[in-house]
Design a protein. Structure first.
Length: 379
């Protein structure tokens, strides 16, 4: 773990941006430590947007936590949501319609995958379904994964989706606010899931032959992962997750590893500030690549690999729900974080998701403002 220096992003034309909560963003230019950039609105009038995916035709799919899947076509948000979603999507607490990704063979099969809080026997739990996108509707929808057991309450559903080059689908889950589940390998909550696109369990999953373990589990000891992406050079899977009061983490995910929650953490109990578990280190439990204390409420994660911002290549970008900024992390060749710059602090409100677009630019969902925004070069 390296002691970080932290920089603030200087606003060049901050007066052009609306300062009141919920006001729409106006295009404006900013100076950061290494790059000048412009923040440009792309889509507005969204209801608690949570995830988004780029379509090959230049359009977008955007999830709304309230339960609607929206389509952007020719730069316009279609008035009618996409039909055909499961009828058990529950907008409860932190749950609702969550992430969305395209099948790697979308051009041929038109399949999309989406995660959501699903109501069922025992309460609520994260589910993943897939269907074929036909115009503004989903057809042949099937549920391919259900996190079990379901439970009451609306906390810690996760959930990001990510395909890897071997065609496997990864699903990040939260512990559902029942922290001991993260160490119980007989339950799904508090783990990273790895499955085939049709829901089958891969033969080489790390817990396939472990007595009493759920075979879909790839890692465990995770509290609530809401950012997940692949490193553009190594192809390795990275996540970020919420800590309690303090202890948000950035992690490199490795098969079968235990990431510690709630046995070890850099956070403390809410309100009392008392220790959780056994401290910050324990043999056999993974340390984060980086952690935040105090918490920034991490959500969304992207590594930049485009040409538009050459000084940012290889940097990680992490959204903050609590403070409304984007943390730009510099990593050295050993993937140690050596610096952090906080971009757009005081401009954004609640950063839910970050992705690099096919145009090499960064796209950001502001959940509170109901906007999708684009970060592009200033000139």
């Amino acid at each position: 773990m390296i002691q970080l220096r932290t920089f603030s992003c200087t606003l060049a034309l901050a007066s052009l941006l609306a300062g009141a909560c919920g006001n729409p963003t106006t295009a404006a230019t900013f100076d950061s430590e290494q790059q000048s950039f412009r923040l440009t609105p792309v889509v507005s009038d969204l209801d608690q947007p949570w995830g988004f995916a780029f379509l090959p035709d230049g359009g977008l799919l955007i999830t709304e936590k309230s339960g609607d899947l929206r389509r952007v076509r020719d730069g316009e948000l279609l008035a009618e949501p996409i039909s055909g979603l499961p009828d058990n999507i529950a907008a409860i607490g932190q749950g609702g319609l969550l992430d969305v990704v395209l099948d790697p063979d979308f051009a041929d099969n038109r399949r999309i995958y989406f995660s959501y809080a699903g109501e069922g026997e025992g309460g609520y739990g994260t589910e993943v379904a897939r269907g074929r996108l036909v115009d503004n509707a989903l057809e042949d929808v099937e549920v391919i994964f259900r996190a079990l057991p379901k439970s009451d309450g609306g906390r810690h559903f996760g959930s990001r989706l990510q395909f890897t080059s071997d065609g496997m689908l990864y699903i990040s889950l939260g512990d559902r606010g029942i922290k001991d589940q993260a160490q119980d390998r007989s339950t799904h909550p508090g783990s990273l899931i790895r499955i085939h696109p049709d829901g089958r369990v891969p033969d080489d999953n790390p817990l396939v032959d472990a007595d009493g373990a759920r075979p879909e589990i790839y890692t465990y000891g995770n509290r609530n992962m809401q950012g997940m992406t692949l490193h553009p050079e190594t192809g390795q899977l990275w996540t970020n997750e919420h800590g309690p009061q303090g202890g948000d983490e950035l992690n490199l995910m490795q098969a079968g590893n235990n990431y510690g929650w709630p046995v070890i953490t850099y956070g403390v109990n809410y309100g009392t500030g008392t220790q959780i578990g056994e401290g910050t280190h324990k043999e056999g439990l993974e340390q984060p690549v980086h952690y935040w204390d105090p918490s920034i409420a991490t959500s969304g994660l992207a590594f930049y690999a485009g040409d538009a911002f050459p000084e940012w290549q290889g940097d990680a970008f992490v959204g903050s729900l609590k403070f409304g900024f984007i943390a730009r992390l510099e990593l050295n060749e050993d993937f140690e974080v050596t610096g952090e710059e906080r971009l757009l602090e005081g401009t954004l409100e609640r950063v839910r998701a970050i992705r690099q677009g096919p145009d090499g630019l960064l796209y950001v969902l502001d959940e509170a403002k109901g906007e999708l925004l684009r970060i592009e070069p200033a000139s």
